[in-house]
Design a protein around this ligand. Structure first.
Ligand SMILES: Nc1ncnc2c1ncn2[C@@H]1O[C@H](COP(=O)(O)OP(=O)(O)OP(=O)(O)O)[C@@H](O)[C@H]1O
Length: 210
């Protein structure tokens, strides 16, 4: 069953097209890994899908409200404890129980620590625990394993697989193997936007106004 359908999407950064004509579908229970070199537009595409910036063209079948985005900035409240951060998000998303998220991301020993006092990897774990309390079906993950040690990468891989097994879906940019062999891969190279031709803008300008 198709959960998300992206058709002919074009995305921009700093006003310039980055990727053009991106099309793919993502089924319930499926994971899709975006591949491509630094700067190709993985972050831009994920942010566009999550509704954080507008698309230049194309359609996305599901609203951003169905997606939980975890990006480079974890969006944690520095002065709140781990537990308070999760309660805050649980209230926002009307999720009754934060205990499963604390367990799955191995945060029990850190539950009363202020978020600002956590290490980079611990902050990442808290940011990923936030995904679990959103209750949203489509996870949109930008380099989710940055700063995680091997044990935490394994925890995270397990959480993603549990999400897929429960009928969710995941779209992610990652350079490492998450231990999800069934994940499909989308190479973004064919969608790289062509740079504007030399004088192309002036040409069309002249044509329109000359
Ligand atoms: N703030 C910005 N303003 C203008 N252009 C930007 C900005 N940030 C990034 N870009 C450019 O937009 C393009 C796409 O960047 P993006 O971060 O989406 O790539 P990425 O594939 O996620 O890269 P990485 O693998 O390094 O994370 C790049 O060419 C980059 O130089």
């Amino acid at each position: 069953m198709t959960m998300l359908s992206v058709d002919n999407l074009s995305v921009t950064r700093g006003g310039l097209p980055v990727l053009e004509g991106v099309s793919f579908t993502l089924g319930a229970g499926r994971a899709l890994v975006l591949r491509g070199p630094n700067g190709i537009g993985k972050t831009t595409l994920l942010r566009t899908l999550a509704g954080l910036q507008p698309a230049l063209a194309g359609t996305v079948s599901m609203p951003a409200e169905t997606m939980a985005y975890a990006g480079h900035a974890d969006g944690l409240k520095a002065m709140l404890s781990v537990r308070e951060n999760l309660r805050f998000w649980a209230d926002v998303y009307a999720t009754p129980d934060i205990a499963p998220a604390i367990e799955q991301m191995n945060l029990r020993a850190l539950a009363d620590r202020a978020a600002h006092s956590l290490s980079a990897g611990q902050k990442r774990r808290l940011g990923l625990a936030r995904l679990l309390v959103t209750g949203r079906p489509i996870w949109v993950l930008d380099e989710p394993t940055v700063s995680l040690d091997a044990a935490s990468v394994a925890l995270f891989g397990t959480a993603v697989r549990a999400h897929l097994a429960a009928g969710g879906a995941a779209l992610m940019a990652t350079h490492i193997d998450l231990g999800i062999p069934e994940a499909e891969v989308l190479d973004l190279a064919p969608f790289k936007a062509r740079p504007p031709e030399q004088g192309g803008f002036r040409g069309s300008f002249d044509e329109a106004f000359g």
